[in-house]
Design a protein around this ligand. Structure first.
Ligand code: GLU
Length: 277
């Protein structure tokens, strides 16, 4: 009996020691939050959604959503460390614990759900095409089968082109959409495909005014979710609660107006936050 008690005490001490290690541990064991800071993955090159500005500050709808969510999780804006999350690296950043969560035009789908969990959806976009303003021979997705098309590695946009939209297109995949824009401007490619929300942001930038047109084809549904570590149902619930609050207190609508207003982008209404996403 005495021996058993001693064993229990030792086990309890061990648990305490392990807990202390986990709490004071390094960033990887804490999964993107430590020392009162939280690391969040966003895009750095998508105006209106996630943009690192020349002065080193960050702006966009995803930035506003992430800032709101972080606040609800107990972190002030000054405690956020922004990390670039290119399309092809989002799952790895989450799985490795480099970020606490990702808010980066990140479509919820079954393939990704094998590796990460999602909160949301908090926005609904649609795949679309951006072409040069004087382009006449591209009016629908099939027209791309004889054209040079640009998109991004690891995106649903590139996958949809290969699977169904235009399997014969000469598809060039880059690391980020901004790289495609230069190609579209200097005629290295004929079209750029991704979400209409992203394309509208590029088209409305002062330096691009009048150069491109968005075809508004609604080629797919792209429900954006907040990606988080697979199995962290507690965090998923907290983020879903934060998103629900953001939609009900008017902050979601304000973020939409602030960030998409300049691009004149007609967004879909706020989607219903679903804990099972
Ligand atoms: N929403 C799509 C996706 O998650 C396209 C935009 C992006 O690459 O971030 O793949």
């Amino acid at each position: 009996m005495k021996l058993h008690k001693a064993g229990t005490a030792a086990a309890a001490a061990l648990v305490l020691a392990l807990t202390a290690t986990a709490c004071g541990g390094d960033k990887s064991s804490a999964g993107g939050s430590d020392n009162g800071k939280i690391t969040i993955g966003i895009k750095f090159d998508q105006p209106g959604l996630g943009l690192k500005k020349p002065d080193g500050t960050y702006a966009g709808f995803d930035v506003d959503v992430a800032t709101y969510v972080a606040k609800e999780l107990g972190y002030d804006a000054k405690d956020i460390v922004w990390k670039e999350a290119p399309s092809a690296e989002r799952e790895n950043l989450i799985a490795n614990g480099d970020v606490k969560f990702v808010a980066a035009t990140y479509t919820i789908n079954d393939e990704r759900k094998k590796k990460v969990d999602f909160a949301g959806p908090y926005f609904l976009a649609h795949q679309d095409l951006l072409v040069r303003a004087d382009e006449k021979s591209i009016t629908k997705a099939e027209d791309l089968n004889t054209k040079k098309l640009c998109s991004v590695t690891g995106s649903t946009s590139a996958q949809n082109v290969k699977d169904k939209l235009a399997p014969k297109a000469d598809l060039q995949e880059f690391g980020g959409y901004s790289e495609c824009l230069t190609g579209l401007e200097n005629k290295a490619v004929d079209a750029l495909t991704t979400d209409d929300s992203i394309l509208a942001g590029y088209a409305s930038q002062a330096e691009h005014k009048g150069k491109f047109k968005l075809l508004s084809l609604k080629l797919s549904d792209e429900p954006y979710g907040i990606g988080l570590k697979k199995g962290d149902t507690e965090l998923q619930k907290k983020i879903n609660d934060a998103l629900t609050k953001m939609e009900s207190d008017g902050s979601w609508e304000k973020a939409v107006t602030d960030n998409f207003g300049p691009a004149n982008y007609k967004n879909e209404p706020a989607p219903k936050i679903d804990a099972t996403s």
